[in-house]
Each structure stands twice: as structure tokens, then as C-alpha cells.
Design a protein around this ligand. Structure first.
Ligand SMILES: [Fe+2]
Ligand SMILES: [Fe+2]
Length: 271
């Protein structure tokens, strides 16, 4: 925990923080985790975990790599496991959910099970807006890959640009004072540090940070960097949380592998 300002994340066993908008408003709790990598053999193994998360929060946020190989069978297992959670569930897909070229089937199975899968869209839970997109790779800052040279490079960079545009359009739709961004890839380098330097560029890109500068949010959650760091900030100070399950298990071995973000809604103003 090395964020000096406004602690906004509490684990379930910790006292509730007042939240970012003051203690007067209703507090809404989000449990966030990514990289479940659900397989066909996961049946029965995640239920207890999701029950704990649903107990600790008012909604679940799932940050991609929901399945291991992007197979419909895996998505069906995950849907069954999630059925125990009687709170709203919002998700984005991750790169693993594309591995078998069936992301639409994965998305449909989860949507049919009541999961709101965001791909450049936004939704609202108890007055808190959530914008979601998978994101993409490409590197950070001056090291970000530019759209120049071979067509293959331009295609790669364009994919990152399109994902950043999806995030931007989702953020632009939000009208709520409190907002969360959900990604799989990281928008900042700080939360992938700990991974080998050689693969930073494949773990996210600062192109995803640009929309967050124009449309600030209260917090960003992402996964993908299993060996990264749990917390960082965008250049405009937005807290960014890497909630990849393997990372949370390693850094917080004594806690359930999700993080709870408590956000206080702004007090309603009488008309
Ligand atoms: Fe992953
Ligand atoms: Fe991933």
C-alpha cells in the first residue's frame, strides 16, 4: 500500500474508508478481480470465492482472462460458478478469452448468465458509472510503439488506438459523478513493474491512459500482469489497481483474492 492520498480501497476485514466523495453519501462497495483463467476443471472451485466476494461487496468487477483458452465450455463453467453471487457482475474480456477465436460465444454465455460484459460500453450500478474495454498492448511513454513502417506494425498499433477509443467513448457516456474504469491491459507502467522489463510493452500501453486524462475516474482496475504491482497512479493522480488474481494471492496471501473498493456517492441535492 504505497498510495499516500485518500485511501479508497479496503479489504473486507478492514474498517470502511469514508470514500472519495465524503461520508454523507451512500457507500457502494465493488469487489474487483481479474485473471480467473477458468478451465473445464474449475467446476466447484470458484463458488466459495465468489460467495465471499458477493458478501463483501455490492457488485463484482471482473478484469478479463475470465477463461483460460477462451472456450465456450470454460465460460459455461464460470457462469455456473458465478451463479452463487447474488450481486450485479460487470466484466471485460481479456486476451485469453480470444484464444479460441470465440470471444462472442464467451461473451454471450456470460451475458446470458447475467454478467454485463463491457466492450467500449458503460453501465451504472447504484449511481456509480462503470466504463469498460479490454485494452491492448503497445508500451508506455516514449517507448510506446508508433504507427510507422510495415503494415503489420500499423495494424498492431491501430488495435491499441481502437481500444483506447472504445474506452474514451465509454467514459464519455457516463454522467455520474463517481466513475470507475475497467480494463484488462494496464494503462500505466507502474502496475506492470515486477514483470520482466522485456515484456512491459505486451502488458498494456499508455494510449489507454490518454482517455483517463480527458475523462477522469475515481479508480481504474485491470489485470493481465500476473507478476506486476498492485497499485499505481496515472499522471493525473487516478489510482490504478492491478487485481490479477495470481498477484493478489501473492501480495495479500492472508486475504481473499479480490480487492474491495468503497465509493461514497455524492449526497443527493434536493430539487
Ligand atoms: Fe491472465
Ligand atoms: Fe491477459
Amino acid at each position: 500500500m504505497n498510495l499516500p492520498e485518500k485511501p479508497v480501497v479496503a479489504q473486507p476485514e478492514q474498517a470502511a474508508f469514508p470514500g472519495v466523495a465524503g461520508a454523507a453519501g451512500e457507500t457502494v462497495r465493488f469487489a474487483a478481480v481479474g485473471d480467473l483463467h477458468c478451465t473445464k476443471d474449475s467446476a466447484g472451485t470458484l463458488r466459495g470465492f465468489f460467495a465471499q466476494a458477493a458478501e463483501a461487496a455490492d457488485a463484482l468487477l471482473l478484469c478479463g482472462d475470465l477463461t483460460d483458452y477462451g472456450l465456450p465450455e470454460e465460460a459455461r463453467v464460470l457462469a455456473d460458478e458465478l451463479a452463487i453471487a447474488s450481486v450485479p457482475i460487470v466484466a471485460v474480456l481479456g486476451n485469453h478469452d480470444f484464444e479460441s477465436n470465440q470471444p462472442d460465444a464467451v461473451r454471450r454465455i456470460l451475458s446470458d448468465a447475467g454478467v454485463r460484459v463491457l466492450d467500449g460500453e458503460a453501465c451504472e450500478i447504484r449511481g456509480v458509472g462503470i466504463a469498460g474495454a479490454k485494452g491492448f498492448a503497445g508500451g508506455y511513454g516514449r517507448g510506446a510503439l508508433g504507427s510507422w513502417g510495415e503494415g503489420a506494425i500499423k495494424l498492431f498499433v491501430n488495435e491499441a488506438i481502437q481500444e483506447a477509443l472504445k474506452l474514451e467513448s465509454a467514459l464519455a457516456k457516463l454522467r455520474t459523478p463517481q466513475r470507475i474504469a475497467l480494463l484488462h491491459y494496464s494503462p500505466i507502467q507502474a502496475t506492470v513493474e515486477g514483470e520482466p522489463v522485456e515484456i512491459y510493452a505486451f502488458l498494456g500501453t499508455s494510449r489507454l491512459e490518454d482517455p483517463l486524462l480527458r475523462h477522469p475516474v475515481d479508480a481504474v482496475f485491470h489485470g493481465h500482469a500476473h507478476r506486476g504491482r498492485p497499485e499505481g497512479r496515472t499522471v493525473n493522480g487516478i489510482p490504478v489497481y492491478n487485481v490479477a488474481m495470481p498477484l493478489l494471492k501473492r501480495v495479500f496471501p492472508e486475504r481473499p483474492a479480490f480487492r474491495v473498493f468503497e465509493i461514497a456517492r455524492a449526497p443527493l441535492v434536493a430539487a
